[in-house]
Every structure is written in structure tokens, then in C-alpha cells.
Write a protein that binds this ligand. Sequence first.
Ligand code: NAD
Length: 383
Amino acid sequence: MTESERSKYIDGACEHFRALVTEQLDRAERMKERERTDFSKLDKIKIGVVDGDGIGPIIMSAARRVLGALLADEIKSGRVEMCDIEGLTIERRLSLGVSVPDDVMAAIKSCHVLLKGPTTTPKGTTMESANVTLRRELDLFANVRPVRIPSENVDWTFFRENTEGEYVLGSRGYDIPDTLAFDFKVTTDEGTRRIAKAAFDYAAANVKRHVAIVTKANIMKKTDAKFSAICHEVAKDYPSLELEDWYIDIMTANLVNKSIRSRFEVFVLPNLYGDIITDEAAEIGGGVGTAGSANIGDRYAMFEAIHGSAPRMVEEGIAEYANPTSILRACELMLSHIGFNDKAKKLSASLTKCCDVERRVAVTGNRDGATCADFAEYVAENI
Ligand code: NAD
């Protein structure tokens, strides 16, 4: 590389970094304006329902059946409205060239919470995944995933920071062709404070004592060290909690170590580590069909299955055998979030009976098992 090329790249990088720092300072400032939805004060709670792609419409019809049974009185009285939102299909998104069309975004924002079927992420285009767009636009900063193994006394809840870390500038790195590339990781004080508070509020409300802060602060000395320090600072308001710092590498090992894994309760982690470890935990907990996921912000919240649209099941003609347990667990999280704890418990009890105890109607994800619709009927009957 010539001296002049070198200097062109260095100047370009400085300009690029200046723009990113400016933008991220603005984002950090906006984060301070917090406006929370108080569901107990709403006359009507509007639940938006998006079917999604692939097996989405099939598992969402199971969710509608079960929620219809659980919320029959509230829907009749007008306290709850289920709003079907159309138009978030992969075909329409591709034809418009946008990850979430404006009319769909407006409809979602007119609801208080969103129950969403899996959406296919197009390959070979620069189009962002619908989930990344929704998390950013609705500012859904906490990804909450519970994983339970009752036979082993494992009861974990993960609080993954959902809006920053490596993801916020994931497509805005700086590349010097044939030489080197940078990506950026951003951790803000306010972004960390709000995820820490969400995790600690949950722990305190659910009589959990132990919270693991999981980082790689020994290597990422600015971002992860800040994350851990701020968690400890926020924890001063929660004197009953026991905090422990762990590094992500040993924590991934801890989760497969049966002799110690049941001692962990609540986890709080930056985005990338949370992304990886929650899939590991879901697999340990019985696979993608078994856990739900909540994406929570101050104003909006989105609930979904942890699996994708399973295009192969559709191609093989076995979509109707899809397992709806994950989306039903997401419904359980949604019911708790909007203040219907008794209904969440009823759904949880029915799912435990149907999946783990009685198993009279069992889905396998194939023709040798029950259909998604039959299983939904079974869960609804046991509520
Ligand atoms: P996937 O979760 O769709 O499938 C992984 C495996 O699990 C497949 O073998 C599939 O058949 C099986 N599976 C998934 N859900 C199942 C269910 N309910 N019952 C039985 N078996 C089930 O993952 P993938 O194939 O990597 O992704 C497919 C598409 O979904 C991609 O476009 C991906 O981007 C998207 N995706 C979306 C979300 C979301 O919307 N939250 C999450 C993950 C993946």
C-alpha cells in the first residue's frame, strides 16, 4: 500500500468513526426519555397478531385457539382485543424491498403488544431481518427467555440486552480491502442500566436470589467492564440479590455441567453472548420447540417462538405437524407481561401436563405425531 493510500484509509476511518460516535451519542441521549406502558391502567389491551411465514400461520392458529379459550371473557367484555395484522409475508417484503412495510409497522404500533409468528430472513439480499427492524423500531431492549428442566430443578431466566453491543453497528464496520476490517461494539450506560433493572426487577418479583452477570470483561475491557460495573451499581437498590460475575466461556461450560447448573437462576448479558447462550440453553432444555421468547421495551413488547419458519417442513408437506409449544410458551410470557398472571399460570400448568406429564397427544414434528391443531385442542381442554 502506498503512503497516500494509507493516509486515505486512515482519514476515511476517522470520518466514519466520527459519524458513528455522533449517531451513538444521539441514541444514548434518546434512551433517557422513557415512557412506560402501565397495563393495569388501560381500558383495552390491544394484542397485535402477525402470522409470519412458513409454519407461522399454523402455529399461530394454535395460539389463537388457546388464547381464545383463556381470554374468552376479556375478549367478550372488550378488555382485550386481538388484532390480526396482515402483510408481513416474505413475498410482500421482497416485492416492496423493505423488512417491515410501513402499513404493518403502523398497525403494530397501534397495538400494545405483538404476538409474532416466525418470519423468514431473505438470503442473498441486503434486506435486514424483520426481527432486527422490529427490535430497533419498537426499542425492545430486553430479550427474555426462560428455560426449565423440572426433573433437574433447573429454572433459568436469561435477560439478553437486545439493542446494542455488536449488533447496533453490525453492518457499519470499516473494511480496508485485502488488508483488515473493523467492527464496532457499543455499550451505553443507559442501555446497560435498563437491562440490569429489568433483570433485577424480575428476580425480586419472582423470589430469585442469584443473578449471574455474564461478560468477557477480562478481554473487552471498555464495553463489558462497563456492563458489569453498571450492573453492580444498579444492584445496590436490590440488597437481597446475590450477584456473581462470570465469563461467557466458562458459563457456556457451566450450562452443560449437571452438577452445578441448577444453582443458576437469572442471567443478565450483553447482546452477542445472550444470543449464543440462549440457544444453547434452549437446546439443553429440550430443543427449539420448548421455549418462548419475549422482547420487551418500555412502551411495546413482542412475543414469539424461538424457532424460525421451518421452510423444510413446508416443502416436505408436514407443516401441519409443527410443534406449537414454543409459541404457546410465548403466549404465557405475554399474559404475565400484560398483567394476567393467573392465566399465564393456567397455561403453564396445562403445557406441563400436556408436554411432560400426561402426554396423551404428542407432537413430534412429523407424520408419526399429532397435528399442531390437535395438540392445541388438547392444551385448550386442559386449561
Ligand atoms: P428453524 O428454527 O426454522 O428450523 C430449525 C429446525 O427446527 C428445522 O429442522 C425445523 O424443521 C425444526 N423446527 C423449527 N420449528 C419447529 C416446530 N415448531 N416444530 C417442529 N420442528 C421445528 O431455523 P432455520 O431453518 O435456520 O430458519 C428458517 C428461517 O426462519 C430463516 O429464514 C431464518 O432466518 C428464520 N428465523 C426466524 C426467526 C424469527 O422470526 N424469530 C427465528 C429464527 C429463524
